[in-house]
Design a protein around this ligand. Structure first.
Ligand SMILES: Cc1cc2nc3c(=O)[nH]c(=O)nc-3n(C[C@H](O)[C@H](O)[C@H](O)COP(=O)(O)OP(=O)(O)OC[C@H]3O[C@@H](n4cnc5c(N)ncnc54)[C@H](O)[C@@H]3O)c2cc1C
Length: 400
């Protein structure tokens, strides 16, 4: 007997990360009982740790989902920008960000999905997609411990995260965004014994972390999340894990590493289509992350809202040409919301990456001598630029 309520759905959303959860929630809330939506994830997302440093902007998150303190680990009021010689510039802004407990946060949106009528199945992997002659999609799915089944959908959202494989090799989707633009390796440890301000995140720049940065994010006052992301073309001598353990041992010899996690970050905005033939991409599967900060949670939520509205219009469209028009509009809407600024940041990235240790040290030393209230983001940015005049030319597309 099938575990699903129906054999055919208007929309099936694959992946219940922030992008998939928000797509399913927004869509189900918008359509009420008039259309059927199914949300699937291969894991039960709140039962396992999520490979993430869990930091978000409070202001941006609160515009997308009501804040509930039960899934907030703590509030952030500042960022330390730390150079190779460990000079620290401090940007301070009361409660500018928060550290989430992501499993609990995901759970709260999943509860929201159920409340607005979305059917949800976790521990159910989507194994294969194929298109039928009438334009609908077949999904081969495998619930954990159950029988494999095939379900049908008029529209599908791929929100399966970076490097998503689900849509590869499907002829009618050739050219669609594949969530692998600028895939960068990231690794972090959850560790104890590292003294760190609970209300600051710390970012480390310089040649230790080529084309990326290191970080310490507080968790609960006892544990921290310490890790780094590197550029995709960086020569990775030794394993990432060893590199991380060496960084911790050198700077924090008293630290006790409790667990190490790694993942890929798809952090390059592309201009490839985000929808074709009734298949829509959302979140990391659509390379929607910020290319420099590498944040992707709020971006995935926002993308989910755009995709949900577009899918609804697509389902209501009266002709093939109207449907194609909606598909093309997804990228335009994303570009208007965030994609354009991501493209600018992407162009500026090479400039950032070319700043030398000496230039970072000089800028951070200078800034560290200023009173905290004078260390605005603007001043930090231009002090770094001034120590490295050639950067102004390299970053012209960002500034102009
Ligand atoms: C080490 C690291 C640190 C990070 N730190 C931050 C941070 O501090 N702040 C921030 O904003 N962003 C951070 N990010 C980025 C952030 O985690 C992602 O941008 C965000 O999770 C993207 O959401 P998503 O829904 O698109 O994809 P995901 O969160 O990856 O969700 C995809 C979901 O799809 C499911 N899935 C995959 N394949 C299938 C399948 N075949 N069938 C069914 N389900 C499937 C997965 O189980 C998963 O639940 C970090 C990323 C990494 C790797």
């Amino acid at each position: 007997m099938s575990v699903f309520k129906f054999q055919a759905y208007d929309l099936v959303v694959c992946g219940a990360g922030p992008a998939g959860l928000m797509t399913a929630y927004t869509f189900a809330k918008m359509v009420g009982n008039s259309k059927k939506v199914l949300l699937l994830d291969k894991k039960e997302p709140w039962k396992e740790p999520i490979f993430c440093a869990e930091a978000v902007s409070t202001d941006r998150l609160s515009k997308l989902w009501p804040i509930d303190r039960s899934w907030v680990r703590g509030d952030i009021s500042g960022i330390y920008f730390t150079s190779r010689k460990r000079y620290r510039a401090e940007f301070y802004s009361k409660n500018c960000g928060m550290i989430l407990d992501r499993p609990k946060f995901h759970h709260s949106i999943a509860d929201g999905c159920l409340n607005v009528g979305a059917e949800c199945h976790f521990d159910t992997v989507v194994k294969k997609l194929s298109r039928n002659a009438d334009g609908s999609w077949n999904l081969e799915v495998q619930p954990k411990g159950g029988e494999g089944e095939t379900i049908c959908a008029k529209a599908v959202v791929d929100a399966t995260g970076p490097g998503s494989r689900l849509t590869r090799g499907i002829e009618c989707l050739e050219g669609i965004e594949s969530g692998d633009t600028d895939l960068e390796p990231a690794i972090f440890a959850v560790a104890e014994g590292i003294e760190h301000s609970r209300e600051h995140i710390e970012l480390f720049f310089g040649s230790e972390f080529p084309d990326g940065y290191g970080w310490i994010f507080p968790r609960d006052g006892v544990e921290v999340n310490i890790g780094f992301v590197l550029g995709k073309n960086v020569n990775r001598e030794g394993t990432l894990r060893q590199r991380l353990l060496d960084f911790i041992a050198k700077d924090y010899p008293q630290a006790k590493v409790k667990a190490v996690y790694g993942g890929m970050i798809a952090c390059g905005q592309s201009t490839r289509p985000m929808a074709m033939c009734g298949l829509f991409k959302a979140g990391d599967a659509a390379s929607c992350m910020n290319p420099i900060s590498r944040s992707g949670i709020v971006e995935a939520l926002l993308c989910g809202t755009i995709v949900a509205r577009s899918v609804n219009e697509w389902l209501d469209a009266k002709s093939e040409s109207e449907r194609e028009c909606v598909e093309r509009s997804v990228l335009d809407r994303w570009m208007k919301a965030l994609g354009k600024s991501h493209l600018q940041l992407q162009r500026a990235k090479a400039g950032f990456n070319s700043i030398t240790d000496e230039q970072f040290d000089r800028a951070a030393e200078k800034l560290s001598k200023l009173p905290r209230e004078k260390q605005t983001l603007f001043r930090i940015f231009f002090t770094v630029l001034r120590t490295c005049p050639s950067l102004i030319w390299k970053m012209r597309s960002f500034i102009c």
